[in-house]
Design a protein around this ligand. Structure first.
Ligand SMILES: [Zn+2]
Length: 642
């Protein structure tokens, strides 16, 4: 499956890629090298030097510290495709050389167990993230190979994966285990796709199939460790190891439970595997889980995780706005999963969710300058509650610089820098346009070169142009997504209107003809929509969220004053949408006439049988992803409606 580069020309995403290149990548490099004075030291590179026997010292950091470097390399690799940088590439080459020197004779490569507990290798798959780190290393190596065609890193991870393949599985002397934190499964599929070596495909399949089978491997290894205490988290309904989605074989799982990031990484791998092994049973399991997550457990921002306990799913329709966990990584993982679902079955229900996460719950994790990050992305913040209430402790009212557990910033960096991989796909002489992002890509269809240039000001308006240039006339299908949020779309080819009703299947307009020098003009009508929740969602009754195109809006204290809960949006109020180029790096702002409940005569009473006094106000909403980039304060997505 050859990799096809896409050049991003889009003002929304290119700007973010540049911020990742200019701010995030250098900052993370400094952090990895312990050069940020007020951030906790990472020690990650140091750990590899110690593992290679080149420096003295102790392993420092989390058991999964290695993965921070790998996510950094992965993001750098995607960036190198768009912004060649010999200096940066040299830095990665030096790291790869270091990894080679730290790799053990048998192929093993993990600094924690090499340096700190060499005799404990593979003794605690449940908690110790060895296979997780291996997965991130594999993903980094595949991305670096695709960007540079340099094979050294790929050889290192193949040697490691071959060793893992010898160690794990059924049979004499093998460990019948699987990882506590899923990740290697999806990474092995990438390694298979780039090397063609089927052993990696079957190793991924083994890890997926073995998960949750009885006797339970986590019990077996626990007994060997002579551990008596119970694991700290499980859902009482689903029982032991539901935190790890290992409570049941994956094919029997129908409801998303446990730690969200682990879950979405596993679902991503399941979907990839279902496609590559043509497994209808696994496909069915993916679809069932998709319906549960996106119809019952997902925030309107594409956020996942209703509770901090176990950073996990809770139960259907439990979507509290102020104590959500909604980790950036979980939304990033949702994007990966949606991408693999749409590969299996082209249906806009997957791409709509992917887009929702891309424009809302993922990029909210980073400030507009790329310097600070949210780990948790709630839909409502009252700063005083985050400071004073113990049960809001993990919700931060402002983005933070760097975390000891620095999973989210590099995860976001790799998603943004690889955005080109989500826009188009190809299948049997069909070219799919999933996302509206200004870009250029050259494809080969029926042996002919096809150039596609996309121009748009999305997500600020719904006008999209696709220029198709082929070296000679070639017949194929271009399938363009018509997003679910759009109630009125028109499409023209070379000025001639196409009857969309006759060519739409599962939300994609299939345009079949001989293409040569052609122009597709898509116009997606964008209106402010008052979104409401299923009435089972207790928190949102009587409230609306504002959506314009794919973007979810929020109210901020800086625009609307303190006491956002006192704001009321009347049903009859119309909306004005205006683009402000100088605000928040350029955003649409929504305004509407509304009311605010006044303090009035309430000063000395807590409860009283009297009416509220109200005053007219102008409600101003900005994109949710851009909140907390000005004066910190309250924020609210779901607004009272009257
Ligand atoms: Zn994270």
């Amino acid at each position: 499956m050859p990799f096809k580069p896409v050049t991003i020309t889009d003002s929304f995403w290119k700007k973010r890629m540049e911020i990742v290149k200019d701010e995030v990548i250098p900052y993370q490099w400094a952090a990895l090298n312990d050069q940020i004075p007020d951030a906790p030291p990472s020690h990650a590179i140091q750990n590899f030097k110690i593992a290679a026997g080149e420096e003295e010292g102790e392993f420092t950091g989390m058991v999964f510290q290695d993965s921070d470097i790998m996510k950094w390399i992965e993001a750098v690799s995607y960036l190198l495709e768009s912004f060649p940088d010999p200096e940066l590439e040299k830095r990665v080459d030096e790291l790869v050389d270091l990894f080679g020197r730290a790799q053990q004779e048998d192929g093993y490569l993990n600094t924690y167990f090499t340096v700190k507990e060499p005799d404990k290798r593979w003794t605690n798959l449940r908690d110790c993230h060895e296979l997780y780190c291996a997965g991130h290393m594999i993903e980094a190596a595949v991305a670096y190979y695709e960007a540079t065609k340099k094979e050294k890193f790929l050889h290192i991870v193949c040697k490691y994966a071959d060793y893992i393949d010898r160690v794990f599985g059924h049979g004499e002397g093998k460990i019948p285990g699987f990882p506590g934190h899923q990740e290697i499964e999806l990474a092995l599929l990438k390694l298979y796709q780039v090397t063609g070596n089927e052993r990696y495909l079957y190793l991924s399949k083994y890890f997926i199939d073995e998960r949750g089978s009885q006797p339970h491997y986590f019990d077996i290894e626990k007994e060997k460790r002579q551990e008596t205490e119970e694991f700290f988290w499980h859902d009482p309904e689903w029982g032991p190891y539901s935190y790890h989605q290992a409570h049941l074989p994956v094919r029997d799982q129908k409801v998303a439970v446990g730690h969200c990031v682990r879950a979405v990484y596993m679902y991503t791998a399941m979907a990839g595997l279902a496609k590559l092994t043509d497994d209808p049973e696994l496909l069915k399991a993916c679809e069932t889980l998709w319906e549960n997550v996106t119809n019952k457990q997902m925030y309107i921002t594409g956020g996942l995780g209703s509770q901090s306990y176990g950073e996990s799913f809770s139960f259907d329709y439990d979507l509290p706005n102020d104590v959500s966990y909604t980790e950036t990584c979980a939304s990033v993982g949702l994007v990966f999963w949606a991408r693999n679902m749409v590969e299996l079955n082209v249906d806009r229900k997957y791409t709509d969710v992917m887009e929702k996460a891309l424009y809302n719950g993922t990029i909210s994790g980073m400030d507009l300058d790329g310097k600070k990050f949210f780990y948790v992305n709630p839909l409502e913040v009252y700063p005083k509650a985050t400071e004073k209430r113990k049960d809001h402790e993990y919700v931060k009212p402002v983005r933070q610089k760097w975390y000891t557990c620095a999973c989210c910033p590099p995860n976001l960096a790799r998603m943004i820098s690889s955005i080109g991989r989500y826009i188009y796909s190809e299948k049997e002489r069909k070219l799919f346009v999933h996302l509206f992002i200004g870009s250029e890509t050259e494809r080969e269809i029926s042996g002919k070169k096809v150039m596609i240039r996309q121009h748009t000001n999305y997500p600020w308006d719904g006008k999209i142009q696709l220029n198709i240039e082929t070296e000679e006339s070639v017949e194929f299908t271009i399938a363009v997504r018509i997003p679910g949020w759009c109630k009125n779309a028109t499409l023209r080819i070379n000025g001639e209107e196409v009857d969309l009703q006759s060519c739409i299947r599962k939300g994609y307009a299939y345009l079949s003809r001989k293409w040569h020098h052609d122009l597709i003009e898509l116009n997606l009508e964008m209106k402010v929509e008052r979104m409401r929740s299923n009435p089972h969602v207790r928190e949102n009754i009587g409230k609306v969220a504002l959506q314009h195109g794919p973007v979810i809006y929020c109210l901020e204290e800086v625009d609307n004053g303190a006491g956002l809960q006192q704001i009321i949006l009347p049903r009859k109020s119309g909306f004005t949408v205006e683009y402000h180029g100088d605000l928040l790096h350029g955003v649409n702002v929504i305004t509407a006439k509304g009311y605010k409940i006044k303090q009035g005569t309430w000063n000395n009473s807590l409860y009283a049988s009297k009416e509220y006094e109200i005053a007219e106000t102008t409600i101003k909403a900005v994109p949710y992803y851009a909140w907390c980039n000005r004066t910190p304060g309250e924020m609210m997505v779901w607004i009272h409606e009257s």
